[in-house]
Design a protein around this ligand. Structure first.
Ligand SMILES: [Zn+2]
Ligand SMILES: [Zn+2]
Length: 263
C-alpha cells in the first residue's frame, strides 16, 4: 500500500488595502453633540501603527477585539499565548484586554481580505480611544479566495490594526497526523500576523540589520524566525513549525522592534 503524502504549504500574506473612508459629521441630538468614533485611525495601511502598538507614547493600553464565527473560536491557550507575546514585546503598562464575540455564519463560501474588511465594518466595535489602541481579529469559518491546490493562506494582516485568521483551514490542516497541533499552528499564525502589525519586516518598522527576505516581501530570512516565509515548493508546514513549538522572533526582528519603541 502506498502511503500518500500530502504536503501542505504555508502561505502567510500581508495585504495592503486602499480604503476609502466616509465619515459623517457630528449629529445634532436635541442640542447635544455626540462625537462620532474616529474610525480613520484604524483604517490605515498595515504597519503604519507599529510605533503606536510597540510604545506607550500615545497608547498605554491595548484592547484586542476577537470576532469569530460560531464554531470557530480560537483555543484559549492561543489567546493567552498572544497576550504573552504582546506583553513581551509591547509597552502597554495600562492593560492588555481581550474581548471575544461570536457571530452567526455570514454566509460566505470563502473570504478575500476585502470581504473581511466589509465584514469588519459591520461587526467591529472597538476603535482607538484616548490612551487605548484597538486591534481587530476575525476568525473565519471558510478559507481564503487565494487558496490553491498546493498552498493555502492561514492568515493575513490587512490594515494597521486588523488581521484575519483562516480558522477553518487551520483546523483542517492540524487534523492531519503529520502536522503540528492546532494550538501551535493557531498561535504561530496569530503571532505572525501580529508581527506584521508591529511593522515586521521592514513594513513600518525600519530594519536595524540586513535580514529581510526581499524575494518574499515583508518577511525575515532566518528560517526558524516567526516572520519567516516559506514560499518555495518543497517545504512543508513542518519546515516552518519545527519540533511542535511556536517559532519565536529571531534577535534581528527583536532588535528592529526595540529600535521602534518596543521591548
Ligand atoms: Zn507574513
Ligand atoms: Zn526574524
Amino acid at each position: 500500500m502506498t502511503t500518500r503524502k500530502i504536503l501542505w504549504f504555508l502561505l502567510f500574506t500581508v495585504a495592503a488595502l486602499t480604503v476609502s473612508v466616509s465619515c459623517s459629521g457630528d449629529d445634532d441630538n436635541g442640542g447635544m453633540t455626540i462625537p462620532d468614533i474616529d474610525k480613520t485611525l484604524n483604517r490605515q495601511g498595515t504597519g503604519t501603527s507599529a510605533r503606536d502598538l510597540l510604545s506607550a507614547e500615545k497608547y498605554s493600553r491595548i484592547i484586542l477585539e476577537i470576532v469569530y464565527v460560531q464554531g470557530y473560536e480560537p483555543n484559549a491557550t492561543s489567546v493567552n499565548n498572544l497576550k504573552s507575546f504582546i506583553s513581551e514585546r509591547m509597552h502597554k503598562p495600562g492593560a492588555i484586554d481581550v474581548e471575544m464575540t461570536q457571530i452567526a455564519p455570514p454566509g460566505n463560501t470563502e473570504y478575500s481580505v476585502d470581504d473581511v474588511f466589509e465584514l469588519e465594518k459591520e461587526v467591529r466595535t472597538k476603535y482607538n480611544n484616548d490612551d487605548q489602541i484597538a486591534v481587530f481579529a476575525f476568525f473565519a469559518d471558510k478559507g481564503s479566495t487565494e487558496n490553491e491546490d498546493n498552498k493555502v493562506v492561514l492568515g493575513a494582516a490587512y490594515l494597521n490594526t486588523s488581521f484575519v485568521i483562516y480558522e477553518s483551514t487551520i483546523r483542517e490542516i492540524s487534523a492531519r497526523s503529520d502536522t503540528p497541533s492546532r494550538t501551535v499552528m493557531e498561535s504561530t499564525v496569530i503571532q505572525h500576523e501580529f508581527g506584521h502589525l508591529l511593522g515586521l519586516v521592514n513594513l513600518g518598522t525600519d530594519l536595524t540589520s540586513d535580514h529581510q527576505d526581499e524575494a518574499n516581501g515583508h518577511h525575515c530570512d532566518v528560517q526558524d524566525c516567526l516572520m519567516y516565509y516559506q514560499a518555495e515548493t518543497g517545504g512543508n508546514i513542518s519546515d516552518v513549525i519545527t519540533g511542535g513549538t511556536i517559532p519565536e522572533l529571531d534577535p534581528q526582528c527583536i532588535a528592529d522592534l526595540q529600535a521602534n519603541g518596543g521591548k
